[in-house]
Write a protein that binds this ligand. Structure first.
Ligand code: HEC
Ligand code: HEC
Ligand code: HEC
Length: 77
């Protein structure tokens, strides 16, 4: 399994401007559908195997973040 390098510690203060667009690698995320299913970081792995590929830095990524909040920093659609 390929491991992705995070530079999160160094980038923390740079904030939203440096957050990766998910759509660089993924299909656009249907935010309406994900909002209706009340997706938060705590529930992504109920439906996806996100933890196998990604380990978002817990300092910025708290479990109650909603998909809408994710998309404030990351290009998702
Ligand atoms: C305050 C801005 C912010 C919010 C909100 C945010 N992120 Fe991030 N995220 C970052 C930054 C900065 C990084 C580190 C740089 C990068 O890899 O994009 C990061 C990295 C990531 C990574 C790559 C980590 C890896 O190991 O591959 C994933 C996946 C990710 N975030 C998912 C999410 C998800 C899912 C949400 C919503 C639950 C979310 N982010 C909300 C700023 C944010
Ligand atoms: C550099 C390319 C890359 C970027 C950018 C990226 N991912 Fe991924 N992601 C992958 C790979 C590779 C996998 C593992 C293979 C797969 O399941 O598609 C994966 C897997 C996932 C999965 C599990 C897939 C599933 O259906 O079970 C989720 C969810 C996910 N990523 C969310 C995100 C989010 C949210 C972001 C933006 C914050 C993001 N990814 C950015 C490459 C990337
Ligand atoms: C109730 C189940 C459910 C939850 C919870 C959920 N998703 Fe999804 N997600 C789906 C479905 C269904 C699709 C569309 C089918 C597909 O592409 O897997 C999808 C699609 C995606 C895709 C695009 C698919 C790809 O691999 O390119 C990403 C990225 C993604 N979701 C990220 C997330 C993130 C991040 C979270 C947590 C904040 C989350 N999802 C929570 C069900 C869910």
């Amino acid at each position: 399994m390929k491991k992705f390098t995070t530079l999160a510690a160094g980038l923390l203060f740079a904030g939203a401007a440096v957050a990766t667009d998910c759509t660089d690698c993924h299909e656009p995320i249907d935010l309406t559908m994900h909002t209706e299913s009340e997706a938060t970081l705590a529930t992504c792995n109920d439906c996806h195997g996100m933890g196998d590929a990604h380990a978002p830095d817990p300092e910025i990524h708290t479990p109650e973040l909603t998909i809408k909040e994710c998309s404030d920093c990351h290009g998702m659609n």
